[in-house]
Design a protein around this ligand. Sequence first.
Ligand SMILES: [Zn+2]
Length: 135
Amino acid sequence: MKTKFACPRCRSVLNPGEAIVLAVRVGDARGLIQLSPEPADYRYVCDDSFGDHLQIGDEVDFACPVCCEDLTSPHSEKLVEILILTPDDEVHAAQFSRICGEHATFVHDGRETRSFGKDRSRFDDLTFDEHDRWW
Ligand SMILES: [Zn+2]
């Protein structure tokens, strides 16, 4: 079984294929973006109608494409949070930066946090509440 990614609000699966599909907005530009399921892989795919508006440093709003709820992390307004449903039926959480070009990802399994990306040290003060709601 593959690892699934899910919306923390409606629990819909966000990676029907390989890529994670999310709704994105910058200013008036809206679209869909495909993200890699690998936490250290910052390549993404989006249509030019959205990508042409994207600039390094932009704060991108991410939302669930199913329930349209905002996915901003409760831990930091600079991060997006989605759930990881492991093949062992565990629920982990992934947080990644909303800032275009900023490479920082955190995967928390309820016990420890693994961090990825060249800019992760910008979030050194980030702490996950021990009694976070997913565990
Ligand atoms: Zn949702």
